[in-house]
Design a protein around this ligand. Structure first.
Ligand SMILES: *[C@@H]1O[C@H](CO)[C@@H](O)[C@H](O)[C@H]1NC(C)=O
Ligand SMILES: *[C@@H]1O[C@H](CO)[C@@H](O)[C@H](O)[C@H]1NC(C)=O
Length: 372
């Protein structure tokens, strides 16, 4: 189905190309020479592109992780204008202290690490009211919020910025969550006002496999997201492509502008736009932790020594929303704030799903055609 559609698309495109008729044809041989030169150029370009496309991105091998989980792992295009890159999960701990209700926890267990972070679940409603809160004033732009620009191989060097979580449902059914971590989420600008910034940002793709064959992929976007068949999405080799929106890091399957919404804020269509483009390519598998998820107990199992505290911690990965009395918080704009609260971690992303989409009350549509 999708193969035929691709063929059709190509066919239509070729027909659509208008070849200009040269009225004053001039020398016919001149025209022929140009055509030959063009053809040669196209051949050379095609060859160069196919060599590039065939350059294998060496999939890693990790003991305890099914090879197909790595072979089909998404590659992420960060936007050309991105300022807040994938970030080291541990840096989020070292640059913050835990607070509840805007007050530091007195004498928290120290030092906190990604291995023991879940000790904070002993505080504030099983940890859920605990906020890892920046030690520095975020309006002064501390460097750690910028994250790490992936290098030429796509690796965030010295920054583990991804958690790959496998939920094996048995009978060949296996879901893999590719959780992307950014230290900062820059919100959208609406009528000149920046809204919805927060410290800490978890986004994800989820791929549903049957007997090692990818079936569908989920792209997280703000409160919800989109699902596509594996066949439908853009790929490099076997690996699906994700486009991370500038600032918000919402995941999209295609480049361009994407209309979205802030829950409860009814703005006309086209008011809130995410943008994606091929800026910097990030390969999250090159700097990641790995886990297995046990649905029965809601617990994680470490693969390869990956730190469990980070997965079991039930608190938030960034500051609580600043009150309006805080000088960091500009006056609200139609009830919306520049700074909102930080997000909860991967445990809170519905890791045991029936559908490829999380349950949000919105029907789960798995699209088999790429679109906005
Ligand atoms: C949070 O702190 C404020 C100010 O200190 C206090 O009035 C309020 O009762 C606290 N709320 C909770 C839930 O502890
Ligand atoms: C996990 O999800 C599967 C598939 O939807 C379901 O059959 C199972 O009961 C769930 N397990 C738990 C513990 O919720």
């Amino acid at each position: 189905m999708s193969g035929a559609e691709k063929g059709e698309l190509l066919h239509v495109r070729v027909e659509d190309v208008k070849i200009p008729r040269w009225k004053a044809t001039g020398s016919r041989t001149y025209y022929c020479k140009i055509m030959v030169a063009l053809l040669l150029l196209i051949l050379v370009l095609q060859h160069a592109l196919s060599v590039f496309a065939r350059t294998p991105r060496i999939a890693r091998q990790v003991a305890g992780v099914p090879q197909y989980v790595l072979d089909y792992a998404p590659l992420v295009w960060l936007d050309i204008g991105e300022e807040y890159f994938p970030s080291d999960m541990y840096a989020q701990v070292t640059n913050t202290h835990p607070e509840i209700n805007l007050t530091s926890i007195a004498d928290p267990p120290a030092p906190l690490t990604l291995h023991n972070l879940h000790v904070l679940n002993d505080y504030g409603n099983d940890g859920m009211n605990v906020y890892l809160t920046s030690n520095m004033d975020v309006t002064e732009g501390p460097k750690w919020l910028d994250g790490v620009v992936p290098d030429s191989r796509g690796k965030t060097k010295r920054a583990i910025s991804c958690a790959i979580i496998v939920n094996d449902h048995g009978s060949g059914n296996l879901d893999t969550f590719y959780m992307y971590f950014y230290a900062y989420n820059l919100g959208n600008t609406v009528l000149g006002r920046e809204l919805g910034d927060h410290i800490g940002d978890w986004e994800h793709n989820m791929i549903r496999f049957e007997d090692g064959v990818p079936q569908a992929i989920w792209y997280s976007q703000h409160a919800n997201g989109q699902a596509f068949t594996y066949k439908a999405v853009e790929k490099e080799g076997l690996r699906p492509i994700t486009y991370s929106a500038v600032g918000s890091h919402a995941n999209y399957a295609i480049v361009g502008a994407h209309d979205h919404a802030i829950p409860d804020l009814n703005l006309p269509v086209g008011f809130l736009l995410d943008f994606t483009s091929q800026g910097t390519l990030w390969d999250p598998t090159l700097s990641t932790y790995f886990y297995n998820y046990q649905a029965e107990t809601g617990s994680f199992e470490s693969v390869n020594g990956s730190p469990l505290g980070a997965m079991h911690f039930k608190g938030k990965w960034g500051d609580q929303q600043y009150p309006d009395s805080d000088p960091k918080q500009p006056p609200p704009f139609f009830g919306f704030r520049k700074f909102v609260g930080g997000p909860s971690g991967p445990w809170d992303k519905q890791l045991n799903r029936t559908n490829v989409c999380p349950e949000t009350g919105i029907p789960c549509i798995v699209r088999d055609i790429l679109g906005p």
